[in-house]
Design a protein around this ligand. Structure first.
Ligand SMILES: C[S@@+](CC[C@H](N)C(=O)[O-])C[C@H]1O[C@@H](n2cnc3c(N)ncnc32)[C@H](O)[C@@H]1O
Length: 260
């Protein structure tokens, strides 16, 4: 669980919520709103929906989605991240996922009750398609008949050659997180071009990044991921993010519709 440890240490060491998102560059409210617009369109969100954001982080995007639906649940496996999310406010029910907290796991009675389900920017921590399958099976248990799942911002094998070190989190998306590191003697211009060196410097700050942190993700195979959803009964649409979309130039979104 190195990623959980990483997020846990970020959440404990950093006073600023935007740092804790785990997105190099942070996530400003403006950017979260822009991403929420994109997600709301793809999920066809409406005021009657019950939304689950699974792997929500501190909920910057969740909060921007919560105003558009009837009820919102945010679930994350990192307790310190959920505690930050609760402090961030919004009309959101928070859940800590995981074996350590059996009382706090997603209530079985809410299983299968969500009309819209989002899992966004979580798959970077998976290395195998088997891990992706387990995640997909978990997600699909929570979606209501006729509901929609968006498995979004997923590293894509076909696009992995487009990855350039340091490009994730450029411009508007890099401000807060990088800014805070700069104050701690991280050199933005130097380190953003070399994520491996960047990750070494994080270690120097007492934050343990996972071994994969400084490397491009090789990506997942679209056909394999599509088949996983199809076998559970979902109809899959793959949306290739435009290259200039923040934080997503090597990624794709899977929008999955289930029948009634
Ligand atoms: C990079 S953050 C993304 C948060 C948010 N979805 C976003 O787009 O800003 C990844 C979050 O996913 C959580 N996470 C990673 N793998 C998970 C899993 N298998 N189940 C639930 N949460 C997970 C981590 O604790 C972390 O808070």
């Amino acid at each position: 669980m190195q990623w959980t440890t990483f997020f846990e240490s970020l959440a404990q060491l950093e006073p600023n919520d935007e740092f804790v998102t785990g997105r190099p560059g942070g996530l400003s409210p403006e950017l979260a709103e822009q991403m929420a617009d994109d997600i709301a369109t793809k999920l066809n969100l409406n005021a009657c929906d019950t939304l689950l954001d699974y792997g929500s982080g501190t909920g910057a995007i969740t909060r921007a989605l919560a105003t558009r639906v009837s009820s919102t649940t945010a679930a994350d496996m990192t307790k310190a991240v959920v505690n930050r999310g609760i402090k961030g406010g919004g009309d959101i029910e928070w859940v800590v996922l995981g074996d350590d907290n059996p009382d706090l796991t997603l209530n079985p009675s809410s299983s299968g009750s969500f009309t819209k389900l989002l899992s966004y920017y979580n798959a970077q921590s998976f290395t195998t398609h088997t891990e992706v399958r387990e995640h997909i099976e978990t997600l699909c248990k929570s979606v209501a008949p006729g509901g929609t799942v968006m498995f979004g911002d997923i590293p894509d094998r076909e696009r992995s050659n487009q990855w350039k070190s340091g490009e994730r989190g450029r411009e508007e998306n890099r401000t807060t997180w990088m800014g805070r590191l700069q104050k701690r003697d991280i050199d933005l211009e130097r380190d953003e071009h070399n994520l491996a060196a960047f990750s070494d410097r994080l270690k120097g700050l007492g934050i343990e990044p996972p071994p994969e942190f400084g490397k491009p993700h090789p990506g997942f195979d679209r056909d394999i991921v599509t088949r996983m959803f199809r076998e559970i009964g979902g109809e899959v649409t793959i949306v290739t993010q435009p290259i200039e979309f923040p934080n997503a130039h090597t990624n794709v979104d899977y929008v999955v519709q289930f029948s009634e």
